[in-house]
Design a protein around this ligand. Structure first.
Ligand SMILES: Cc1cc2nc3c(=O)[nH]c(=O)nc-3n(C[C@H](O)[C@H](O)[C@H](O)COP(=O)(O)OP(=O)(O)OC[C@H]3O[C@@H](n4cnc5c(N)ncnc54)[C@H](O)[C@@H]3O)c2cc1C
Length: 427
């Protein structure tokens, strides 16, 4: 059987040492079979185990192999579409529930890190940086909106204040969220996997689910084993392929790329980001960056619709980094990698149930570090029979991509091109 390794990322190179998990070689019985050991799967598993369920996790490659072990590491609150859009789409009562949950994922991460002593370089503080006056106006409106839902820790930064937290001349202002922050994403996933095992859960790596036998007593098949379960949670997100065709039809995997510099040294690193906050700009196709624990700059951006791997990642991302920080022109890039996130047409997550016993959450469309942790909790609540918060997500409309699987990529790229022009020319 193929043994799929991690991509050659900075995270894989600096991962905490953990034991590998075996591949499934037999038939096992469990309460819940979770497909995918990213944050969605691991968070679901942890909440379920804490509530007395027996849990078996199947991972096609390795824990955190997908977006959860490759992302920018930014703890960004809320969803990829804001609550005003949700309000218009589903009405005030459901929006209220979703709005209240918008900052819960970050709290779950901090709770996990503290409770299970996870070493993942957790730092507080995230900045949304505005490049245009229009974007600054949007941040002001967003602050008012989030405050309506009880999130009052946000601080607007004027042009002078934002220079104190990031040495980038492009920005006219920004917004600081001290409940945001950053982590070493793979080490967070590895720590969560260790927590799953400490609670009696079982994780099988190199064990792709290749077929689901649906029905009252579902069975998940891998190439060399099977799992009989009362419930299944599908958490394969952008790496799921066509295992569940209904889910593939209404989402699109997209690639985004990350580079990591050589260690910058304390002085240069602190001159770029003196408070060690993470930053993302407000463009539709946004840039995001932060310092690592050993003071490298980790810089991400760019989107490849349809998730084809670009040939030269450094050539795409380095110019973006130099636009933000020309002072890094002589700095070497040590790592460059790509990873896939799952886009939905509404840019809101898709949560639901197939039949009585197959649950899923997917498609947080770029911002998923916090949402996926919340999703695990919400899915676990639903399996325990408390579905109010699950239903609030499940009732969000799901749309198929126009053009189906063949034409969804050019359609989405066209949309992004339009929004890219809007960012550039500020219309
Ligand atoms: C490069 C990049 C940068 C990002 N930066 C940020 C950021 O800074 N902040 C932020 O909030 N969000 C960011 N995101 C998004 C965020 O990382 C994701 O939304 C989130 O990690 C998704 O978690 P997940 O568990 O749903 O999916 P994944 O982490 O992708 O996990 C899915 C897992 O399922 C496994 N799997 C798939 N199919 C099967 C199968 N058939 N059988 C068994 N296992 C299977 C895969 O191998 C994978 O390990 C970024 C994404 C990328 C790609």
């Amino acid at each position: 059987m193929a043994n799929t390794p991690y991509p050659q990322s900075y995270y894989a190179a600096s991962a905490n040492t953990v034991p590998a998990h075996p591949a499934l070689q037999q038939e096992v019985e469990t309460d819940v079979c979770v497909i995918g050991a990213g944050y969605t799967g691991l968070s679901s598993a942890l909440f379920l185990l804490e509530n007395g369920f027996r849990v078996t996790v199947l991972e096609a490659a390795k824990v955190g192999f997908g977006a959860s072990g490759r992302n920018g590491g930014q703890i960004v609150n809320s969803y990829s579409r804001d609550i005003d859009v949700i309000e218009r789409s589903v009405g005030p009562k459901q929006a209220q529930l979703l709005g209240q949950m918008a900052f819960e994922g970050g709290r779950i991460i901090r709770d996990r890190v503290a409770r299970y002593q996870i070493q993942c370089d957790l730092k507080d503080g995230g900045v949304f940086a505005a490049i245009t006056g229009k974007q600054m106006g949007h941040l002001e409106a967003q602050k008012r909106l989030w405050e309506r839902y009880g999130h009052s820790q946000l601080e607007l930064l004027d042009k002078t204040r934002i220079r104190e937290v990031v040495a980038c001349e492009q920005y006219v202002g920004g917004m600081l969220d001290m409940s945001g922050g950053h982590i070493h994403p793979l080490n967070l996933a590895l720590g969560e996997a260790a927590a799953v095992e400490s609670l009696g859960g079982t994780i099988y790596e190199q064990s792709p689910a290749v077929r689901i036998e649906r029905g009252a007593n579902p069975v998940v098949h891998t190439p060399t084993g099977k799992v009989r379960a009362k419930f299944i949670i599908v958490a394969g997100n952008a790496y799921l392929g066509n295992l569940v065709p209904e889910l593939a039809a209404k989402s699109m995997p997209c690639g985004t790329q990350v580079i990591t510099t050589e260690p910058l040294g304390e002085a240069l690193a602190n001159s770029l980001l003196p408070q060690d906050y993470c930053v993302e700009d407000c463009n539709y196709l946004l840039d995001y960056y932060r310092l690592s624990g050993d003071k490298r700059l980790i810089f991400g951006g760019g989107v490849v619709y349809g998730a084809r791997d670009p040939a030269n990642i450094e050539a795409i991302i380095r110019p973006k980094m130099l636009k933000a920080f020309p002072q890094l022109k002589d700095v070497k890039i040590d790592y460059a990698w790509t990873g896939n996130f799952l886009l939905t047409l509404s840019r809101l997550p898709q949560v639901g149930r197939l039949g009585d016993n197959i649950y899923y959450s997917q498609g947080c469309s770029g911002h998923g570090v916090t949402y996926t942790h919340l999703a695990g909790k919400v899915l676990a609540e639903a399996l325990r029979g408390q579905a109010e918060r699950f239903d609030a997500f499940a009732d969000l409309p799901h749309y198929p991509f126009p053009g189906g699987q063949l034409l969804r990529t050019p359609f989405a790229a066209l949309g992004a091109w339009y929004y890219g022009l809007r960012d550039k020319f500020d219309f």
